[in-house]
Design a protein around this ligand. Structure first.
Ligand code: ADP
Ligand code: ADP
Ligand code: MG
Length: 458
């Protein structure tokens, strides 16, 4: 096992990684920007190094500063968390060059799967079903127009380098295509420094079903079941659960096998996620692989009883997976609500501020992963995710009741959060029935907002 790990991240995921390291007896080196000097991850780590000013480009994305911090503090490994440099192939390569173990797949695998259009092609070559669409990137709007005519509208223009729901445009009619092509391209250039687009048929109101994969250096590849992440706003996940109401045991087995085949096709090593969309007829299609730990990984931890971050460290250290596929037992049900410092009454606009009174829920089956403490100032520079509330119970209904109870206990004063929104959502009859898809929130937002009495801002 490693002696000392640099955590190239911030927020709740840095805290999560520190906790795993501590339990394994591994020392941690946190990095922070000047805006994060008072952060929880800085206080919990064995030691901490400032890597630059508030702007992420100059701190959390600053390759030389991070590598220098790692080597000078005597680290032997680097955990990238999610977001930031977690899917940056160059960073993985540079870590290796500096003699640091990158806790994730190799730069080559990240590169291969990070280009979503190329990943599609690889999956097709290995008989993993993909959404009907372009063979590779579409160079210009005319090519996209011709192809969309053959595939049939609506279609989705997607950035090859995309992530976080950005660089995507739904096109409903040919006359809109050229304009939306240029919009998607500029957004992709601005967000990812790469304007390459590809095209997929838009599956109408699918479920987003993803499979958690673990793969070690000895060639073992297993899956830990699915997460249903269909509660999305603007292609971004808000609530996730496992198991999915939409899967029969047969479908779960078929999708799990496809996910393992996909990871094997990629020569994958470490923890990863295979994302699928599932249409209303029960056909599933690969959409992308995330080559990192995922925000919603605790959902899988609660149903599997495994610690995914510890598994990541074990794999990176060259140890075999701690379980084989037939030893994986998925028990009960888990739901996660992402608590963002956002005002859902006003278009979910980010609302950073100073944390006032804070009370976190507890009791049986309740887990909170958060960067918050009393008095903590939420920074406007970074993601608005301030906490993840994850609950576990034997059945789905008990899990929903437990989540409602936990949300009712949660108090975060100082700024509005999405906790009240989650509470309303968990009372929606269709959510309770498990009848929802990725179009659900957009279609029910006004209804859910109409249940709200306004009042308190948190
Ligand atoms: P998950 O699939 O784990 O739910 P998300 O797609 O929501 O992940 O992204 C996780 C985090 O990483 C978010 O904070 C998101 O803003 C960020 N992120 C995702 N993709 C990128 C990217 N290509 N570049 C920068 N940040 C990204
Ligand atoms: P990102 O890299 O931004 O996470 P994804 O390719 O995973 O992008 O897509 C994000 C979300 O957009 C998915 O979770 C799903 O809700 C929706 N989506 C993506 N591709 C399709 C498609 N072909 N048809 C319908 N919805 C899609
Ligand atoms: Mg995705």
């Amino acid at each position: 096992m490693f002696k000392r790990v640099l955590i190239a991240n911030r927020g709740e995921i840095a805290v999560r990684v520190i906790r795993a390291c501590q339990e394994l007896g591994v020392e941690t080196v946190a990095v922070y920007s000047t805006a994060d000097a008072d952060s929880l991850h800085v206080q919990l780590a064995t030691r901490a190094v400032c890597v630059g000013p508030a702007r992420a480009a100059e701190s959390y994305l600053n390759l030389p500063a991070l590598l220098t911090a790692a080597t000078e503090s005597g680290c032997d490994a680097v955990h990238p968390g999610y977001g930031f440099l977690s899917e940056n192939a160059e960073f993985a390569d540079l870590c290796a060059k500096c003699g640091l173990t990158f806790i994730g797949p190799s730069g080559d695998i990240i590169r291969q799967m990070g280009n979503k259009s190329a990943a599609r092609a690889l999956m097709q070559a290995h008989q993993v079903p993909v959404v009907p669409g372009s063979d590779g990137p579409v160079p210009d709007a005319q090519t996209a127009l011709d192809l969309a005519g053959t595939i049939g509208y609506p279609v989705l223009l997607k950035a090859s380098a995309g992530g976080g729901g950005r660089g995507m445009r739904r096109v409903d009619a040919p006359e809109d295509l050229e304009r939306l092509f240029h919009e998607a391209k500029s957004e992709a250039e601005a967000c990812f420094g790469n304007g390459e687009l590809y095209l997929e048929k838009l599956i109408l109101n699918p479920r987003h079903i993803e499979f958690q994969i673990l793969a070690d250096t000895q060639g073992h590849v297993i899956h830990l079941g699915e997460r249903d992440c269909s509660i999305q706003r603007k292609n971004q996940k808000l609530v996730e659960e496992s198991p999915s109401k939409a899967l029969t045991p047969e479908l779960r087995e078929a999708m799990g096998a496809a996910a393992v085949a996909a990871a094997k096709a990629a020569g994958y090593v470490n923890a990863g996620t295979i994302e699928f969309v599932l249409d209303q007829e029960g056909h599933f299609y690969f959409i992308e692989m995330n080559t990192r730990i995922q925000v919603e990984h605790p959902v899988t931890e609660l149903v599997s009883g495994l610690d995914l971050v510890k598994e990541q460290l074990r794999i990176a250290a060259g140890l075999p997976l701690s379980v084989e596929q037939d030893e994986v037992v998925l028990r009960g049900h888990a739901i996660e609500c992402r608590i963002n410092a956002e005002d859902f009454r006003h278009g979910f606009r980010p609302c950073p501020g100073r944390t006032g009174f804070l009370h976190l829920p507890g009791g049986p089956g309740v887990r909170v992963d958060t960067l918050l403490y009393n008095g903590y100032e939420v920074s406007p520079f970074y993601d608005s995710l301030v906490a993840k509330l994850i609950v576990h119970a034997p059945t789905r209904l008990e899990t929903i009741r437990r989540m409602r109870r936990a949300l009712a206990e949660l108090v975060i004063e100082g700024y509005p959060t999405t906790a009240d929104f989650a509470h309303l959502l968990l009372h929606h009859p269709d959510f309770v029935r498990g009848q929802y898809d990725t179009g659900f929130l957009a279609g029910h937002m006004d209804e859910i907002l109409s249940w709200d009495c306004g009042g308190a801002s948190n």
